[in-house]
Design a protein around this ligand. Structure first.
Ligand code: SF4
Ligand code: SF4
Ligand code: FES
Length: 520
């Protein structure tokens, strides 16, 4: 428990955490101190002066809140006339040359300058001379597009490349009206986290070429979720929108703070995995190459299971804990062998010691918890005399060379219960579409043994059945996520003290030796 101090804000007593600067300490009890250059992951730079506050009886009487720690008995003034005047003046300075065209700026609706102008400024421009023109639409590389005219020179982006990625591609060059953020000639942004500068930029000066001008921020529903691009399990917002008469579409992922997992940031590859949720989806059943409804595909699969001499259930390291539990229970009931073989999801040597991991699956840690064996040897033994393999969203084409997959499919039929079109769906005797993770809910355990949960974010006009429902239709006994959670809490020793119905937002560390490599 952090130590507390009592101080006064505009004469009102508040209790806040000691050791924090005034922006964070007072912000935590719901009182905003406007700020532009400060960011908790980057520290205080003190360059924007938007956070200046009065300290009654203090020497000096006006201080930057980002650089001032909360202290016992401190008397902080936010609403005094001289503080309001400072805020007006700083806003006026920031807006001297800033384009006044919020309606056509990609950041409108989530811009600090726009919000602060409305809240703390509201004055008309006194400029009578032509504003300084600067370069627009500069390609900084890595999908980042820069608008120098909108930049307020807060240096957040520059500090990110120096302090977090330590790649230093960005700098502020020149002085006064000529000062600009820029890259070094011929040396664009080239780090795997570059798009975080778009989220960090408090204004519309850094935009993503992938997202810019595709949606207005206020139309987006921002649903908390977990990236499933690798075993780190970074926390994200899924920003999506269902336009009139159309389907719910995901437009971007953004990082969501979780100190236990990813801090403030996510990697660029993970950020772009939203595309697989929108595109190339398996949306109908397929039986012997012909499109069908789900019920025909379920019926065909039930027939194959009843006729098979030996069936292997192939679990995916991306299945949720609840899905794995339901599949494992069904395997026992149906007398099927179980394998989690998925070597192809691992890219040896790709991890970077920060967030990105070798294992490009989200929940391999649950294999161990449920005793699901994932080795190639185990798989080879299981399929040696099998005539039916049922893949539960495991893309076997990632782990087997084409010739080996074809050889396997000469002696065994494949049923693919999955989310995407591709090799497995096209080679399967039967394919059944299921909801993808953005349309489903469940628990994941990341590489550091942090158990986290995500909820349904996207609801399609014609929702696909979720995997547990399909398992049940095929004959499995687990009725849904709730029942799977009850079964897990009862049967898995590591979960005996965990209430899976009430996992806190930041997750639960299942072991004491949780390794957190979140530098920010
Ligand atoms: S581009 Fe954005 S983050 Fe970078 S200095 Fe300018 S305003 Fe700040
Ligand atoms: S590090 Fe992994 S989990 Fe995090 S954003 Fe990247 S791919 Fe997603
Ligand atoms: S936030 Fe304190 S000076 Fe910018």
């Amino acid at each position: 428990m952090a130590d507390k101090v009592k101080l006064f804000v505009n004469g009102q007593e508040v209790e806040v955490e000691s050791g924090k600067n005034l922006i964070d300490a007072i912000g935590a009890v719901g009182i905003e101190i406007p700020h532009l250059c400060y960011h908790p992951a980057l520290g205080a730079d003190g360059n924007c002066r938007m956070c200046l506050v009065g300290i009654e009886d203090g020497r000096p009487p006006i201080v930057p809140a980002c650089k001032t720690k909360a202290a016992e008995g401190m008397k902080v003034l936010l609403d005094a006339d001289h503080i309001k005047k400072i805020q007006h003046d700083v806003m006026e300075l920031e807006l001297i040359n800033h384009p006044i065209d919020c309606p056509i700026c990609d950041q409108a609706g989530e811009c600090k300058l726009q919000d602060y102008y409305m809240k703390y400024d509201g004055q008309k421009s006194r400029m009578t001379v032509k504003p300084v023109m600067k370069a627009k639409k500069l390609d900084f590389g890595a999908g980042v597009v820069h608008d120098q005219e909108r930049c307020i020179l807060c240096a957040r982006c520059v500090r990110f490349t120096r302090q977090i990625t330590k790649t230093g591609e960005l700098g502020i060059v020149n002085r006064t009206d000529y000062a600009r953020v820029n890259i070094f000639p011929g040396r664009p942004l080239a780090n795997r986290y570059a798009l975080n500068v778009v989220d960090l930029c408090p204004v519309g000066a850094m935009t993503s070429s992938d997202f810019r001008f595709k949606q207005r921020a206020w139309f987006l529903t921002k649903s908390p979720s977990i990236c499933q691009g690798c075993s780190k399990g970074c926390n994200i917002f899924i920003d999506h929108n269902r336009e009139k008469y159309k389907d719910d579409v995901i437009y971007r992922y953004r990082p969501r703070l979780n100190e236990k997992v990813n801090g403030y940031f996510i990697c660029d590859e993970g950020r772009m995995t939203y595309k697989a949720e929108n595109d190339n989806r398996l949306t109908t059943g397929i039986v012997s190459g012909k499109e069908t409804g789900l019920s025909e595909a379920v019926e065909a699969t039930r027939r194959l299971i009843s006729e098979a001499k030996k069936t292997v259930f192939l679990v995916s390291p991306n299945n949720t804990l609840e899905q794995m539990y339901a599949i494992k229970a069904f395997a026992a009931e149906a007398g099927a062998a179980l394998s989690g073989f998925s070597d192809g999801y691992i890219q040896e040597g790709d991890a970077d010691g920060y967030l990105i991991q070798d294992d490009k699956s989200a929940n391999r840690a649950s294999f161990e918890l449920l005793g699901i064996e994932g080795s190639k040897d185990g798989f080879d033994k299981a399929v040696a005399d099998a005539d039916l393999v049922i893949s539960f969203n495991n893309d076997l084409s990632k782990s087997l060379a084409e010739a080996d997959l074809n050889a396997l499919l000469e002696k065994a039929q494949l049923v693919y219960i999955g989310t995407s079109l591709g090799t497995c769906a096209s080679k399967a005797a039967v394919a059944l579409p299921i909801a993808s993770y953005s349309e489903d809910c469940g628990s994941l355990i990341n590489i550091d043994q942090v158990l986290q949960q995500f909820a349904v974010a996207v609801v399609k006009n014609e929702p696909a059945a979720n995997l547990i429902e399909v398992v049940q239709q095929l004959g499995g006994s687990v009725a849904g996520v709730k029942e799977a959670r009850a079964g897990l809490m009862e049967s898995v020793a590591a979960l005996k003290d965990v209430n899976l119905e009430e996992v806190p937002e930041e997750g639960i560390a299942l072991t004491d030796n949780e390794v957190s490599n979140v530098a920010a």
